[in-house]
Design a protein around this ligand. Structure first.
Ligand SMILES: *Cc1c(COP(=O)(O)O)cnc(C)c1O
Length: 512
């Protein structure tokens, strides 16, 4: 008889099952948990003190990290965590470092880290109420609060936590498509698929909008070419007159525009499309108005900057990310819809998960609001952060970074060796190094592009700063996304000195 059978028969009461000590629920588990958490915390605190990045290249890391991820016998936790600390954490970008300023990748608020630890440990799954009783209520409460922050009527509005803007934008455009097809062709896409006219469906989005509009169009079976790119003004905001012209052209061509995507906080410039003017167009042309506020949605908490989102309450749906300007660990986003009845378009009941009898009994199963089934209790993170800091506390962080970006933009503008691409709307500053020396071979834009690209690579390789690259009208630029409320203007000034020193070195061929 094997151990398992013997145990089941109770022949050997002293035998402990293999999980004891590896899971919570016993004294041994509690002790192991505490030790593991302490060790994990020690490992994290050990590495965050150094620079923004070790400077290791991909090839170096591929070598360094070449271990067997599934050894025949285990190494034990102490050894494993020590290895992770030394090789993985030490070669991670340090998001809390003042000069880790490349992307919309935020330092994580400590209350959120505590929440992350708790939600992972209790492992609630948000698809059905019986897998997440209190968590379902907390998520509903957070969604309602967000709806109210964005000016929605909370009785009618609804929403769900998502893995981020990609998922939220897809969900918004899915509802938009299905509503249009239902109203225009009396056809339920969920059941019958797309109508023959689907190749005429069009989505309008600015030329600085996020690529997930195109990606969603492709996933939704419309193809990326279904997204019509609308020109922006000098501040990288959608130009309403250009939108009018596109709508007229689509009408003449017999196309079927059904959705207008506005961006509140473009990835490069943080620009916010003129929401009221776009909401008017959407209403006039019966377009679903989706606002991608993945980045800029955070302004809703700020008394100083909330007005930049004026008009967002007229959106049919909104995407907002917490893992960008709201300081939550990845992943954490939300999708909001002004009229929750639109969820009927993607209604689904699984007898084992959300039987219709539950609905009749008033038990919510959130699976019907999301494209994910098993889903994390990410709502706990902003819940704990917001309750800890309060709205004013969160707003103070956001406001600080917007003011910092203004100060940095001013530094850049005053410096003859640097060129600012645009005044920042949120906290991203796009600029480039301007070579001072002229050289017959170096008058071309290609040379300036090459110098700027090398500056960015150099800063990363030397661990001086994690800075992003982007293009403006085909030219190479550098970008600082100043999300970190601990970064000072002096930190950035130092980084800019490094930018100029290396730029000058490249120019005078001190480096090859
Ligand atoms: C980041 C971002 C996205 C994508 O969101 P994820 O959270 O990365 O999935 C979409 N739109 C905008 C404007 C963004 O900034």
């Amino acid at each position: 008889m094997n151990d398992h059978r013997r145990r089941l028969r109770g022949d050997d009461a002293a035998e402990t099952p293999p999980g004891v000590g590896t899971f919570l629920g016993t004294g041994a588990g509690s002790a192991a948990y505490r030790r593991a958490m302490d060790a994990a915390v020690d490992a994290v605190l050990d590495v965050t003190a150094d620079g923004p990045y070790s400077g290791a290249t991909y090839d170096e890391l591929a070598d360094e990290l070449a271990v067997d991820p599934l050894p025949e016998t285990g190494e034990g936790l102490d050894e494993t965590l020590a290895w992770v600390r030394e090789h993985v954490l030490a070669n991670s970008v340090v998001t809390s470092h003042p000069t880790c300023v490349a992307h919309l990748q935020c330092p994580t608020a400590i209350p959120a880290l505590a929440a992350e630890t708790m939600l992972s440990a209790v492992n609630q799954s948000m698809d059905s109420w019986d897998q997440s009783p209190a968590a379902t209520v907390v998520e509903e409460t957070m969604v309602e609060e967000l709806c109210s922050l964005f000016g929605y009527d909370t009785d009618a509005a609804d929403g769900v936590f998502t893995s981020g803007g990609t998922a939220s934008n897809l969900l918004g455009l899915l509802l938009a498509r299905d509503r249009y097809v239902a109203e225009t062709f009396d056809r339920r896409v969920q059941d019958e698929g797309l109508p023959a006219e689907a190749s005429d469906l069009r989505i309008l989005c600015s030329d600085t909008g996020h690529f997930t509009a195109e990606q969603s169009a492709a996933v939704l079976g419309l193809g990326e070419e279904a997204v019509v790119s609308v020109l922006t003004d000098d501040d990288y905001r959608m130009d309403p007159e250009a939108l009018d012209a596109e709508l007229e052209r689509l009408d003449e061509d017999g196309k079927r525009p059904f959705a207008l995507v506005a961006t509140a906080g473009t990835t490069d410039f943080g620009s916010v499309d003129p929401l009221p003017a776009l909401a008017d167009r959407a209403a006039d042309h019966d377009l679903w108005f989706h606002v991608d506020a993945a980045y800029g949605g955070a302004l809703a908490v700020s008394d100083t900057h909330r007005e930049k989102l004026a008009g967002v309450d007229r959106a049919d749906s909104v995407a907002v990310d917490f893992h960008k300007l709201l300081y939550q660990p990845i992943s954490c986003g939300a999708f909001l819809v002004r009229d929750g009845r639109h969820y009927d378009l993607i209604d689904r009941n699984a007898s084992y998960l959300n039987p219709e009898t539950d609905e009749a009994a008033g038990v919510p199963n959130l699976v019907g609001k999301s494209l994910a089934t098993t889903r994390r209790f990410d709502a706990l993170k902003p819940f704990v952060t917001f309750r800890t800091l309060g709205r004013e506390g969160v707003a103070e962080l956001v406001d600080y970074t917007l003011a910092l970006a203004d100060d940095v933009a001013e530094l850049v503008e005053r410096d003859p060796a640097l060129e600012l691409a645009a005044d920042p709307t949120l906290n991203a500053v796009v600029f480039r190094y301007r070579p001072l020396r002229s050289h017959p071979d170096r008058e071309t834009g290609d040379w300036v592009d090459a110098v700027n690209r090398r500056i960015r690579d150099h800063l990363l390789e030397r661990g001086l700063g994690v800075v992003a690259r982007t293009e403006v009208d085909g030219d190479a630029y550098l970008k600082l996304t100043l999300l970190n409320p601990q970064t000072t203007v002096d930190d950035v000034a130092d980084l800019l000195v490094s930018v100029k020193q290396y730029g000058a070195a490249v120019e005078s061929e001190v480096v090859e």
